[in-house]
Design a binder for this molecule. Sequence first.
Ligand SMILES: *Cc1c(COP(=O)(O)O)cnc(C)c1O
Length: 411
Amino acid sequence: MRQGAGLDVAALDRDDPLRHKREAFDIPDGVIYLDGNSLGPLPKAVAPRIAEVVAKEWGKSLIRGWNDHDWIDLPARVGGKVARLIGAEPGTVVATDSTSVNLFKVLAAALQLRPDRRVILSDSGNFPTDLYMAQGLRDLLDRGHELRVVAPEDVEAAIDETVAVVMLTEVDYRTGRRHDMATLTAKAHSAGSLAIWDLAHSAGALPVDLQGAGADFAVGCGYKYLNGGPGAPAFLYVAPKHQGSVTPPLSGWMGHAAPFAFDLDYRPAAGVDRMRVGTPPVLSLAALDAALDVFADVDMEAVRAKSISLCRLFIAEVEARAPDLVFTGPHDFTGRGSQVSFSCAYGYPLMQALIDRGVIGDFRAPDIVRFGFTPLYLSHADVLRAAEILGEIVAAKAWDQEKYHRRAKVT
Ligand SMILES: *Cc1c(COP(=O)(O)O)cnc(C)c1O
């Protein structure tokens, strides 16, 4: 029996209700994949589905595929599968564009709903693209908006009557710190502000309840915990109460009430469809669509429980074996997402040495080694083995080799 952090790892895996889900994924032999928070692995159903869409739907149906295979409604159909995972009402989510572009669209729409206010409130733990998109929109609008960025723990106190929009990522991509979505959304509303949530590190990782929290808008990634493949379409949520009043800033024909009427003037579609822009990427959507079926019978509470168990084991094992690594982020799991980060002065070469041994996580500047825990295909035995390998590398200083110090373009 293997023991980890005083736990019976074999028993935890034997009693794991999600154990069988690993068979739904194609993960190379010898790899312990701790980077599903950055790029989810390949679900087995995706390759045959893509082959079918290419050969049969595109190859044989040609232009008829838009109707015969209902390609035109793929953004809504795939959005419906995401909606179940994020506690969204039916008909409120579309799968479209990238997270960056979707954030731009909902932020512009939200600012238009609060025309007398000028402050966009965010935090310094937000993912940079979210802040960059807000800066670009602020400059484009040129109406005196201010992007106010405070420390994550200061957000609640910074919400006041000047704030038009509170724009936050629920789970911090570096530290794993998790905002309390319901509390902050309620605070935003009591100040007359709107709340936009980025769920890039939440969707598919933990239970999310957009409806319960009363969120106004949300966006998130298709290629992280949802396993939709590199550059998969992202998703966008608009709360029912705003669907009739939001003005899409990117008024493309796919968001038009009647795209094939070819009117010369824009008229927004009903509902969340108006947030669509151009022709949907059918092949990418088909991959995400097939990938989401892995979640069809998955209870997100079970995912969360196992994620906490895996994270706890890893933190304890790494702390015991590698004292140079300093755990970052809250220890209390109500305030954490599904990834674990440590700061370490030799974080970059350490991560390269880990990857060389099949333990794949990633590095985030300036000194963070980051590991994502994805309960659908990881076991406690995997996590214990990863910590053992990390401990061996640190003890032997095996990371201190020229080849591990060379920086690649993507980290
Ligand atoms: C990963 C991530 C993104 C990525 O945006 P893309 O447009 O898909 O490149 C955006 N926001 C957050 C919070 C993320 O973690």
